[in-house]
Design a protein around this ligand. Structure first.
Ligand code: GLC
Length: 753
């Protein structure tokens, strides 16, 4: 039964209202029994329920209930499959209904600025378009069950180092083009019921009290309707937070802040209407949950199988010289403790008390594979004895191939701290390198949440990236290795050869006060491709046991303009001998050189399943926004009139179909007209160009002097080039304009705009 929220708020005392702006304990909101408002439980996610049982402790780290651990976002985003992650959200939404959880705290979409960020396993991508599309699908899946989500961490929380105090110093353009769009897409395509603001500052202001972030961008620009909740413990000044648009402070212990808000209202420093707005937005989410309860059963066994199936479509085949898939009739050796104790999730608030964990070794044995196991190195530390190594090497050649299960121990990557480098434990690299000397058939199976350096990659015939694949990763690994599943994941982040190639390298993680995002919009492939820098594996890379051909890109228009859309079609064919799924990616490129822009940007992707020999046509639809950059001068998105390239392929570095389209816009960049305005700016603006041409023509006639080269055309070209960067004030110095005519020229120019 829908309650009249405004009426309910009108019946509340100021103290009751303010009490609802803060948590009741670590995981619950406060109640107002007098008015029949109960407590509501929120809990982590994003890839399963970390729901503490009733004995929640004040730090929220007591054991949580048994739940199903799905693949982490580093894996699910690699599926490039909106339907798959929607399905995962759908299942998690049902689990929340069964467990009386009103909000699941995810998805996490912070852009992977550096591969070192300790929580990259929990984040989606280096590309905001991919992250936004996948986040919106997850949110729609969960919220189908009237369970709230909490997309996080809003915004620019791209490191764990000093995350509660550091200020991310970022240009507005980089915020708008890189660090905000995933949230924007989620708001516009899924309306997450809550958004979690980040701990950090942005350009000196805490997110929790940043009015530009929480009101101007989120609500005025994007039309956000839900409520903003803090990351746990992120509040700095609660009254400033209410004014900025922060609705709910978590966790509990907020009595002092609740009182501070009430006092600010009483003293006229805070409009009570702002408090009412916060309460209304909070109650709207929780009442929607209340009014739409579902009878759901948390079937852990069934959801475990779903988690395994999901991971099968996330794993990324990085390299395969033909060693995979393995032949079940042959004999194989599994090496590395991850084979029997998989690393399938990350450390910190997303850590799930998993219902059941499959290991590759047990699943392969259960499937009747002819395999043996030798530990070699442990899963939790960097250790390998000479004796163990020697014993392994003595046996390795007895097998048709050796599968090394390598990866990053929990202690290296987790919430709360960043990695120091991109290296695998030295013992793992050593074992692989020594093994290659006695056995050429070596496949490496990786379990890590972020890119690692692979010094042996050129020598190893096959590399399969499982990322942190959830509790069903063992089944998925076995079925992919032995060919029952054809891998179809593609990288959602670039793997550089070495850390120092990464664009953030010189500015990460800053100090405890500031970190400068000096690479600006050139994050990930936007940097490597623009710099033409070779990388180990490119954004979008992913192999299959079959092959595909992407071709024949065509558009439904040769030119389009503001308010119109462009349809782009591409054919994809399975040119191999077995069924498989391909991810067709569409990038756009501004060929007009009007401002520093990445050479390409992802603006579409579709995953298609194809039988051998089958061809399908994939259709994309783009608009002016897809061609635009964010102009700080204009305070809006802007795509200059001119020509754009449309690039389609199976990876950012494997473009196999191209097209061109023209775009005409009526939008104009603001033209600042003063004595510092250059002739080039005035010539490039159709409104002012005639004035300059007239002035130049008059001057050339008056002076009558010869040019430098004596060739009239060449002289004109040289003169124009020199004039490009000449400000109006310099025309006087070079005798082009008498001093007493400068104002007249400025007036004339101003009269044209
Ligand atoms: C943590 C995390 C956040 C999580 C919250 C509750 O500090 O940053 O992602 O949802 O607190 O555990």
């Amino acid at each position: 039964m829908a309650r009249d929220i405004k009426k309910l708020v009108a019946e509340m005392t100021l103290e009751e209202k303010c009490s609802l702006l803060g948590g009741g304990d670590f995981w619950h909101t406060k109640a107002v029994e007098r008015l029949g408002i109960g407590q509501y439980m929120m809990s982590d996610g994003p890839h399963g329920l970390r729901k503490q049982d009733d004995k929640a402790d004040h730090l929220g780290i007591n054991e949580s209930i048994k739940a199903v651990c799905f693949p982490a976002a580093c894996a699910t985003t690699s599926s490039f499959d909106r339907d798959l992650i929607y399905h995962m959200g759908d299942v998690i939404g049902k689990e929340c209904q069964a467990e009386n959880l009103s909000v699941v705290l995810g998805p996490a979409v912070c852009i992977k600025r550096s591969p070192l960020c300790g929580r990259n396993f929990e984040y989606m991508s280096e590309d905001p378009y991919l992250a936004g599309e996948m986040a919106a699908s997850y949110i729609n899946g969960v919220q189908k069950h009237h369970i709230g989500t909490s997309i996080k961490h809003y915004a620019a929380n791209n490191q764990e180092s000093a995350r509660m105090s550091v200020s991310a110093e970022v240009s507005e353009r980089a915020m708008r083009e890189i660090y905000l769009p995933a949230f924007e897409t989620a708001v516009k395509k899924a309306q997450p019921k809550t958004i979690m603001c980040s701990y950090n500052k942005i350009n000196g202001t805490y997110s929790a009290e940043n009015e530009w972030l929480l009101t101007k961008v989120l609500r005025d620009d994007w039309g956000y309707e839900g409520f903003v909740v803090t990351d746990w413990g992120a509040v700095n000044d609660r009254v400033k937070g209410v004014i900025a648009g922060l609705d709910l402070e978590m966790p509990g212990n907020t009595a002092a802040n609740d009182a501070a808000v009430a006092a600010a209202v009483r003293e006229g420093r805070l409009d009570e209407a702002k408090v009412d707005e916060c309460v209304e937005r909070i109650l709207k989410v929780f009442f929607d949950y209340d009014d739409n309860r579902e009878e759901q059963v948390f079937d852990r066994a069934a959801d475990h199988e779903i988690a395994a199936r999901i991971e099968e479509d996330c794993a990324v085949l990085l390299k395969n010289d033909g060693l995979l898939p393995l032949d079940p009739s042959k004999k194989y050796l599994f090496v590395g403790e991850y084979a029997v104790k998989p690393r399938y999730q990350g450390g910190g608030s997303s850590h799930i008390n998993s219902f059941k964990v499959d290991s590759a070794f047990e699943c392969s044995r259960a499937a009747g594979r002819n395999i043996d196991y030798i530990q070699g190195f442990p899963m939790d530390k960097d250790a390998l004895s000479e004796e163990d190594l020697a014993s392994l090497l003595a046996k390795a050649s007895e097998y048709d191939a050796v599968l090394v299960f390598a990866g990053l121990p929990d202690i290296i990557e987790s919430e709360g701290y960043d990695r120091k480098d991109m290296k695998l434990p030295a013992s793992q690299n050593r074992l692989i390198e020594e093994l290659l000397k006695v056995q050429k058939n070596v496949a490496v199976v990786l379990s890590n949440g972020a890119p690692v350096e692979l010094p042996w990659a050129d020598e190893v015939p096959a590399i399969l990236e499982m990322y942190l694949g959830g509790e069903g990763v063992g089944q998925a690994t076995d079925r992919i290795l032995f060919g029952e599943v054809n891998p179809s994941g593609h990288l959602a982040e670039t793997w550089p050869y070495k850390l120092s190639d990464n664009p953030s390298y010189m500015n990460f993680p800053g100090n405890t006060r500031r970190v400068y995002y000096r690479e600006d919009v050139f994050v990930g492939y936007r940097y490597y491709d623009t710099k033409e820098m070779p990388v180990r594996y490119a954004f979008g890379h992913g192999l299959s046991y079959t092959t595909f051909e992407i071709s024949n890109l065509r558009c439904d228009k040769e030119c389009f303009t503001d308010g119109e859309t462009l349809k782009v079609c591409v054919d994809v064919k399975n040119t191999g001998s077995r069924a498989g799924k391909e991810v067709v990616q569409l990038y756009v490129s501004d060929l007009n050189g009007t401002i520093e822009r990445p050479v390409k940007e992802l603006k579409g992707f579709e995953k298609v399943e194809l039988q051998p020999g089958e061809t399908k046509t994939v259709e994309f639809e783009i608009d002016a926004r897809a061609l635009s950059y964010y102009s700080e001068e204009l305070g809006d998105w802007f795509a200059p009139s001119g020509e754009y390239a449309l690039l389609a392929g199976e990876a950012s570095d494997r473009i196999t179909a191209e097209g061109r389209v023209k775009f005409e816009t009526k939008k104009m960049l603001p033209l600042h007209i003063d004595v510092d305005t250059t002739i080039g700016e005035l010539l490039s603006d159709p409104r002012t160009a005639p004035v300059i041409h007239q002035m130049m023509a008059g001057r050339a006639h008056d002076s009558g002097e010869g040019g430098i080269s004596g060739n009239e055309e060449e002289d004109a070209a040289m003169q124009n080039a020199m004039m490009q960067y000449m400000p109006i004030k310099s025309l006087v110095s070079f005798g082009v304009l008498p001093p007493d005519q400068v104002q007249g020229l400025l007036d004339m120019i101003r009269s044209q705009v």
